[in-house]
Design a protein around this ligand. Structure first.
Ligand code: 13P
Length: 248
């Protein structure tokens, strides 16, 4: 089963309209021959300017969150229509930073994921264990719970991109080894097969995220179950192009 690799950047709360547009201008020629899908998930306020900067290129623009209601009294939130107006294709949902610092729960991740799908966009749904959970030997329990709850009621799981981001590897410079990432992502695929169907699981794009960079991307991408990366720090510079071109 052929799965097209997918490399996405997550700018988190970084860049401005000026520095972001400059980076996109620099990246465009460097990534134009990519064999994978490419996206940059940017802060909401930068979406219009980054969509303009990326126009006509193979860089898709993504968002970092989205509310499940269509509109209303939800101060600080962003709706599907607001994102679609600027051609947003991907929305990161349930990033561990949102779970850790902003009270995101499996229930809200589930609602947001279903709303992104209903709006015809692709959720990049993040799951992952903390260091104490890994050291406590409960990584698979944690991931199983997240997959069960976060994907509950999803009709077509093949339309969801899963990002496996071990919390201990995010922004720490401590990447999961190729084997650790492969083993865990293979487990995630198996679990999706049990929750939905094995054939669907074979089609689901599963990214690795956590200190992925130009130096370690080749080894990670060579693993049979790793279909891409969700890149934080290394997506803020031209090095991102080296990750996109991991196969060249
Ligand atoms: P880093 O690549 O900076 O570790 O961040 C990973 C991440 O959280 C992407 O969503």
């Amino acid at each position: 089963m052929e799965r097209k690799p997918f490399i996405a950047g997550n700018w988190k709360m970084n860049m401005t309209a000026a520095s972001g547009a400059k980076l996109i201008d620099e990246l465009k020629p460097l990534v134009k021959d990519a064999d994978c899908d490419v996206a940059l998930c940017v802060p909401a306020i930068l979406i219009p300017a980054m969509a303009e900067a990326a126009k006509g290129s193979n860089i898709a623009i993504g968002a970092q969150n989205m509310h499940w209601e269509a509109k209303g009294a939800f101060t600080g939130e962003i709706s599907a229509d607001m994102l679609k107006e600027y051609g947003v294709k991907y929305v990161i949902i349930g990033h561990s930073e949102r779970r850790q610092y902003f009270g995101e729960t499996d229930e809200t991740v589930n609602k947001r994921t279903k709303a992104v799908l209903a709006a015809g966009m692709t959720p990049i749904m993040c799951i992952g264990e903390t260091l104490s959970e890994r050291e406590g030997g409960i990584t698979e329990d944690v991931l199983s719970r997240q997959l069960e709850k976060d994907l509950e009621g999803v009709e077509d799981v093949t339309k969801v991109v899963i990002a496996y981001e071990p919390v201990w590897a995010i922004g720490t410079g401590r990447t999961a080894t190729d084997e650790q990432a492969q083993e865990t992502i293979a487990f995630i695929r198996k679990k999706i097969g049990e929750l939905f169907c094995p054939k669907c699981a074979e089609k689901v794009i599963i990214q690795y995220g956590g200190s992925m960079n130009a130096g370690n991307c080749k080894g990670l991408m060579a693993q049979p179950d790793i279909d891409g990366g969700l890149i934080g720090g290394a997506s803020l510079k031209c090095d991102f192009a080296k990750i996109v071109n991991f196969d060249k």
